[in-house]
Structure formats: structure tokens, C-alpha cells
Design a protein around this ligand. Structure first.
Ligand code: COI
Length: 356
């Protein structure tokens, strides 16, 4: 399929004037990638066009039954002036995995990645130059057939929008505080907890708001069956650095398979740190925080990068980790990861793809 270009004339295009302290996800670039799907014809109409509102029938499936999936990745402006993407092929593969689970059509991963690179290249003036900032890339697919029966949509749209962003949390790389909820659950076995679908995020809002009201940055979820085993944080996977190992919850179907998570596991293993993907009970974590066996705790995610956790709150009690400071492992992972992403360090894993 060809990608039609309908670009704004040069004089009508914006550019980023401030590169520091950017908000997360509030500024959008001039153009977007767009295509649509019809059951009989497949994907068509691929184009890069001015960023604009989408007009949908009020009966569109997505409004009523949330048949929608998305991805999140970033383009980094490197120290050498080259534009880097971090493992974008993993996002494309995850999107197709999400699509299968939500009964949505597959995308051609190579084609969409090519379109994504083309869009980023067109919008290069929007990429923040400051380290720690990046161009956040949001691909999204939704069911648009106008029909109120519950069945997979026969029509879809897919688009990619871009947003220059700074740190996701106001804390930046400083430790966040996390509220552990035993009242709400995020995902149950057999559900869609491992799928990047909008409904998971809508369902998380109540607990997040409660945590914020109590003064915490985010929520940590426990498993839905026993409310005992750690799952993930609002927008991140979670890691615990115990004296003898780095542990993270195993991917049992209720946790998002994070690409930063996968990369952290690989780097830590290569540094000789024993890494275990396993069940981690909340008692083990809290006892570890009290005894000092738990040396560090941090979250990982595309938006959040590596986010140290300085304090966990559970049943009215606060547990401070590493004196509320960023630990050496979180710092080393952050520096290695961002070093690769911004081209300051070699890329031994071949994780980077360049935008021409
Ligand atoms: C990301 O880390 O890219 C995410 O998808 C989190 C997002 C919901 C802000």
C-alpha cells in the first residue's frame, strides 16, 4: 500500500520552541498517520495528513463496547543529531497480539513501522532536544462500525499521533510513592490484563484517584484471586531488588508484557545479576522493606522509563525503601537504557532503529 502525503505548507507548520519541562501528552504535532479497514477490502487509504479531529457515528462500536487497542513508544533525538527508536518492532508485534485478543484485524507490522518512521521524519522539528524529553508515539486502533449489537466491528480505523513529552511523573527520576490497593483489582486470569486496551486504563482510574487523594503517586495492584501477589503499577511493570536477586512478577496473563521490562531483565542478567520472573507476595515485599532484604524497588515503562519507588503504603502503614532514595541499580539501569536511547552509549543488543 502506498502512503499518500497531504502535508501542510511549510509556513503553516509548527515547531517546538521549548524543549525543557514539557508536560506529558498535551502537545501534538502537525500531522498524523491514518488508515481504515473494511472487512471485505482490508486496510486502505493510508495517508499522512494534518492532525485533525475524527468524525465517527455515535453508534460506533468503540464508544459503546471499547473495542480499542493502543501502543506507546518514543523517538529520541540523539547526541549525534540522529533520531532513534527503541525496539519499535516489539511494539508492532505487541499491537498484533492485542488485536488478536480483542478480535481486531492484524496490521502489516513492517508497513506500519515504515509509516511511523516516515511520520516521525516529517515531524522531526517537534522532537525535543533535551535529554529526558522525547517524541511520544501513540498508535491506536478502534472499531468504528455503527452497530449496537455486541460483536467484533467489521470496520476499523488506525492512526498514529505524536506528542513531544518530558517526564511522565512530576518526580522525574526521583523516587515515587506507591499505594497498594487491596480493595480494587486490575485484571483477572483469562481476562485482558496483558492487552494494551483502553478499558484496562479506565478501570484503573478509581484506584489511582484514591491513591492520589491520599498523597501517593500511583497504585500497585495485587492479583485478583488471592489479593496477595504483586502484579504491576498503574502505568509500569515493577521490580524488586532483593539481596540475592532481582525479582519481577511473571507474565501469567494478567500483566502487561512491557518492552522496558524485557530490556531491563536482559541487561541485569548480562551484568551477572540473578533475575527471577516469579510470584512475589506482598508479605515478602513488606518484610523485605522492614528487614532491609529489599534493597530497591523500581517501575519500568516507556512513558516512565525507570521510576524508583521510595515508599510503599499498605493497610495504613508506610514502608520506606532504601531510605526513600534512588538506588544504585535503578540508576545504572536508567543510565544504560537512556544512554542507548540517546546514542551516548553503544547499542550492544541491536535495540535501536534509526529514522532516516
Ligand atoms: C507507556 O508507558 O507508553 C504507556 O502506555 C503508559 C501510558 C498509558 C501513559
Amino acid at each position: 500500500m502506498e502512503i499518500k502525503l497531504e502535508l501542510l505548507p511549510e509556513e503553516k507548520r509548527g515547531r517546538l520552541s521549548v524543549h525543557k519541562n514539557l508536560p506529558f501528552g498535551r502537545i501534538f504535532t502537525d500531522h498524523m498517520f491514518f488508515m481504515f479497514y473494511r472487512e471485505e477490502e482490508g486496510w486502505q487509504g493510508a495517508c499522512i495528513k494534518p492532525y485533525e479531529p475524527i468524525c465517527l457515528d455515535p453508534a460506533a462500536v468503540v464508544f459503546h463496547y471499547s473495542q480499542t487497542i493502543f501502543e506507546g513508544l518514543k523517538a529520541y533525538y540523539g547526541v549525534d543529531g540522529r533520531i532513534r527508536l527503541f525496539r519499535p518492532e516489539r511494539n508492532m508485534a505487541r499491537m498484533n497480539r492485542s488485536a488478536r485478543r480483542m478480535c481486531m484485524p492484524q496490521i502489516d507490522e513492517d508497513f506500519v513501522l515504515k509509516a511511523l518512521k516516515k511520520l516521525v521524519a516529517i515531524e522531526r522539528e517537534w522532537i525535543p532536544r533535551e535529554k529526558g524529553s522525547a517524541l511520544y508515539i501513540r498508535p491506536l486502533m478502534m472499531g468504528t462500525e455503527a452497530f449496537l449489537g455486541v460483536k467484533p466491528s467489521s470496520e476499523y480505523i488506525f492512526f498514529i499521533i505524536l506528542s513531544p513529552v518530558g517526564a511522565y511523573y512530576k518526580e522525574g527520576f526521583n523516587p515515587v510513592t506507591i499505594y497498594i490497593t487491596d480493595k480494587y483489582v486490575r485484571a483477572a486470569p483469562g481476562g485482558v490484563g496483558d492487552v494494551k486496551t483502553g478499558g484496562n486504563y479506565a478501570a484503573s482510574l478509581m484506584a489511582s484517584e484514591e491513591a492520589k487523594r491520599l498523597g501517593y503517586t500511583q497504585v500497585l495492584w495485587l492479583d485478583a484471586v488471592e489479593r496477595r501477589y504483586v502484579e504491576e503499577v498503574g502505568t509500569m511493570n515493577i521490580f524488586f531488588y532483593f539481596e540475592d536477586e532481582l525479582a519481577t512478577p511473571a507474565l501469567t496473563g494478567t500483566i502487561l508484557p512491557g518492552i522496558t521490562r524485557e530490556s531491563v531483565i536482559q541487561m541485569a542478567k548480562d551484568w551477572g545479576i540473578p533475575v527471577k520472573e516469579r510470584r512475589i507476595s506482598i508479605e515478602e515485599v513488606l518484610e523485605g522493606a522492614e528487614s532491609g532484604r529489599l534493597k530497591e524497588c523500581f517501575g519500568t515503562g516507556t512513558a516512565a522509563v525507570i521510576s524508583p519507588v521510595g515508599c510503599l503504603a499498605y493497610k495504613g502503614k508506610e514502608y520506606v525503601i532504601n531510605k526513600g532514595q534512588t538506588g544504585p541499580l535503578a540508576r545504572r539501569l536508567f543510565e544504560e537504557l537512556t544512554g542507548i536511547q540517546y546514542g551516548e552509549k553503544p547499542d550492544p543488543y541491536g535495540w535501536i532503529q534509526f529514522v532516516p
